[in-house]
Design a binder for this molecule. Sequence first.
Ligand code: NAD
Length: 262
Amino acid sequence: MELSLQGKNALVGGASAGIGRAVAQELALLGANVILLARTESALQSAVAALPAVAGQTHRYCVADYSDTAALRTQVEALLQDVGAIHILVNNTGGPPGGPIAAAESAAFLQAYNNHLLCNHLLAQLLLPGMQAAAYGRIINIISTSVKEPLDGLGVSNTTRWAVAAWAKTLANEVGRFGVTVNNVLPGYTETARLQEIIAKRAAGAGQSEAEIAESFKQHVPLRRFARPEEVAAAAAFLASPAAAYINGINLPVDGGRTKSL
Ligand code: NAD
């Protein structure tokens, strides 16, 4: 099985923490040159410094905020001038705030749509020419199991995730012929700041301790535990590899079996 990413360039969004950072780590372990994108330079500097360079590869970072698409475009265009083709794009950023959908304001939908759908689209459009020229492209979107089953209390997120999944499936149909695959990884409960935040909010709302809420979440998972970020990242790294060349247009849950639908 060919897993080596030696000679490949990868851009990973939301890569200063959580799942994005773990994906960057796994891609680096497979030999890719990894570019980490997030908002805070100091966090990016320490994340880049911690990346392995098993094949003597070079890693770098790009400071950008998905809330500012014009600046994001400028930054990534400059990056492409420097590095040439980027073969692997991991679309990932912080999740939309939680809350019941009936209470959600229009601004929250617009913000989530911008940061998740429009930024994914912008980055794909910027990177696709290089992927096509290299006849090797992997677009991997970190979404959520809510693509398969909407999650209670995450109204704006549920709505936006479906849009991203529909966008990804359509793109997969269009670009497969150029050697570019488009796939989605759907994390379940994963031990990151995002999950901590959701647990804390739920605990405050229910008048229970965070430990009690965490335990109740785990009861919905056949494996009875949360994922470590590297377990989600391993799935993304496999999809980025040459071995996954014939996997295209899928939703891959990494949720310990929590999703009930097939
Ligand atoms: P996280 O909050 O731990 O990390 C998010 C990363 O994105 C950080 O590097 C952060 O700096 C960066 N980021 C946030 N807003 C940004 C912006 N505007 N511009 C650029 N970078 C930005 O989140 P996570 O748990 O790693 O989640 C990643 C994705 O997976 C999110 O969409 C999340 O909703 C989804 N997800 C997470 C879980 C979970 O249990 N952790 C479950 C399902 C889905």
